[in-house]
Design a protein around this ligand. Structure first.
Ligand code: PLP
Length: 349
């Protein structure tokens, strides 16, 4: 059957990134190279659950732990099945069919998907040449929702705090600061949600917390917006097992400190070695580096895959031509990647 049977607003959708895996080193998803979160793993080994009972409707235990961590109130927090669920909830809560939402280009590829999934219209505004926000151009869109990741994916850099503050004060819409990589950055808006009437901050346990498999994300916002969002969110969307593991993981802040330290140590080394191989690298405040390849990006990515390393290809997209995104790994991971990249590059010359 042809796709005309589909809903008008989703009939052009294509499947998301879903590589066939064969034991490769994964430097393509910006997860934590130290492996599974140890406190979450310990919890999973030792705990038992009543599988016959529903989870707590809105994950109150997890929300309470998050509130304690950030000096917020439980009513400032919404927990979800990955921060992707909270993206969906944001557009479901605040946009009507046909409403405009604005995000920068390049940024997280799924924003466009979630806007359209909810019947909205995407307005894309290019970042400036140094990958910062074009504040005036974003505000001119007069959008219902303005959304941006900081640190930005795929460029890796943080946006200037004063630019985000200007957007917050001048926009009549909801402003979402997606801090999926917030643990790696110096600045954050998460403790400031009660300062603004229109700020939503998104976070995830998929990256620094090393538990992407369990799908936990959360939003922090003022109590009034949080009440709207939580009443739209699907009840029980966070399962009991993931919630328990997340609460355990939040208690082990030493693991997060170690994980951030590893990235701070390894990122400049990886950056310097990539430059020696002929890559142009871009400034990162996160656990990955965007780099322009010295050879054709498709040859680099497929050559690395054949040699056992996955990195993410952004090379066919307008503002990241011939670029790839590489997760910062352990010293050993990075050495393996660099050796294999050197092989692929010399084979092409
Ligand atoms: C900027 C950004 N936002 C949100 C997400 C979604 O994360 P989660 O695993 O919590 O759904 C990602 C994942 O890559 C991301 O890069």
């Amino acid at each position: 059957m042809d796709r005309s049977i589909m809903r008008e607003t989703t009939k052009d959708f294509v499947k998301y990134y879903n590589p066939k895996l064969n034991g490769e080193l994964r430097l393509d998803t910006n997860t934590n190279p130290l492996g599974s979160n140890p406190a979450a793993e310990k919890y999973l080994k030792e705990a038992s659950w009543n599988l016959n009972g529903y989870p707590n409707t809105y994950s109150d235990g997890l929300r309470s732990s998050l509130a304690d961590l950030y000096g917020l109130d439980i009513d400032n927090i919404i927990a979800g099945n990955g921060s992707d669920e909270l993206l969906d909830v944001t557009f479901k809560t605040f946009t009507n069919a046909g409403d405009k939402s604005v995000f920068p280009v390049p940024s997280y590829v799924l924003y466009d998907y979630f806007v359209k999934l909810n019947g909205g219209v995407s307005a894309e505004v290019d970042l400036t040449d140094d990958y910062q926000l074009d504040v005036d151009a974003m505000l001119r869109q007069d959008a219902k929702v303005i959304i941006m990741p900081s640190p930005n994916n795929p460029t890796g850099n943080c946006f200037r705090t004063k630019d985000i503050e200007e957007i917050l004060s001048k926009s009549k819409g909801i402003v979402v600061v997606d801090e999926a990589y917030g643990e790696y950055a110096k600045d954050s808006f998460i403790r400031r949600v009660e300062e603004f009437d229109n700020l939503v901050v998104l976070r995830t346990l998929s990256k620094a917390y090393a538990m992407a498999a369990l799908r936990i994300g959360y939003a922090a916002t003022n109590k009034s917006l949080a009440d709207m969002m939580i009443s739209v969110k699907i009840p029980y969307s966070v399962n009991t097992i993931s919630e328990g593991a997340a609460i355990a993981a939040l208690k082990d802040q030493e693991f997060i400190r170690k994980s951030v330290e590893l990235v701070n140590e390894q990122r400049p080394k990886l950056d310097a070695e990539l430059r020696k191989l002929g890559f142009e690298t871009f400034h990162s405040d996160s656990n990955f580096i965007l780099a322009r390849s010295p050879i054709d990006h498709t040859e680099l990515v497929s050559g690395l895959k054949t040699r056992g390393v996955l990195i993410r290809d952004f090379g066919s997209k307008r503002r990241t031509m011939n670029c790839v995104r590489i997760t910062v790994g352990t010293e050993e991971d990075n050495r393996f990647l660099l050796d294999k990249a050197a092989e692929v590059i010399s084979g092409c010359r």
